[in-house]
Design a protein around this ligand. Structure first.
Ligand code: ACO
Length: 193
């Protein structure tokens, strides 16, 4: 995904984390104007790729918009591909903590505060080339979490295949909501307060 502005100044590394400030985590603006411009550009990127992700998942409304990110404590990891033009954004994922009511292995309802995978998209031109794994693994390492600790919000068939292939996740604990959780999800979890 190319944009009308140069992305190289925004992306000092191939993966940047964005929170509700709508600025890349390591971004240092030279001026207030510079910070405002960067925020506007990040908003444009997020709104655009959020729409592509929604279209790829057959959703009418995007799960990810800059407005939703601004009003949340969720985080987005953007994946950048430098080139000799403006550079490309080739994918992203969104995570955030939610208080969930989920069934454990005994069918008992538990209220837990769980890290959730809320959205995940790699551009069609780059899917199945290993970029999803690079981005997902970076997020796990950065957050210090294991894949089975995540609750996955309405996973697509592609994502279920991805998690099985790369992380051996296939043993689901049946739920009544839209989240998928795997065996190992409850290990070390604290009840939500
Ligand atoms: N059909 C079936 N499985 C697929 C497909 C596909 N078209 N694409 C990726 N996968 C799975 C397979 O297990 C594949 O392994 P294989 O090629 O050996 O069969 C594996 O993912 C490939 O791994 P990566 O190359 O690292 O993954 P990729 O870069 O393609 O990213 C992702 C995976 C994010 C699911 C990507 O395919 C995508 O954006 N899909 C469209 C949007 C989507 O479905 N997002 C998830 C929505 S649900 C949510 O976000 C909570």
């Amino acid at each position: 995904m190319e944009f009308r502005f140069n992305l190289h100044q925004l992306f000092r590394s191939k993966i940047v984390k964005i929170n509700n400030s709508l600025l890349p985590s390591a971004f240092v603006a030279a001026s207030r104007r510079g910070a405002l411009d960067a925020t506007a550009q990040i908003s444009e990127i997020i709104n655009y790729i959020g729409q592509l992700s929604a279209a790829a998942q057959g959703l009418t409304n995007p799960v990810t918009t800059s407005q939703k990110l601004r009003n949340s404590d969720h985080s987005i990891y953007l994946l950048f591909e430098p080139n000799d033009k403006n550079g490309l954004v080739v994918g992203y994922l969104k995570i955030g903590k939610k208080s969930l009511y989920v069934f454990d292995q005994n069918g008992e309802t538990q209220n837990v505060a769980a890290p959730c995978l809320l959205d995940f998209y790699i551009h069609e031109s780059r899917q199945r080339t290993g970029l999803g794994l690079i981005l997902f693994q970076y997020m796990l390492d950065n957050e210090g979490i294991r894949p089975e600790e995540l609750a996955i919000d309405r996973p697509s068939e592609k994502l279920l295949g991805f998690l099985q292939k790369h992380y051996g996740l296939y043993k689901k604990i049946p739920q009544m909501n839209n989240f998928v959780v795997y065996e190992g999800f409850f290990t070390g979890k604290q009840p939500a307060t």
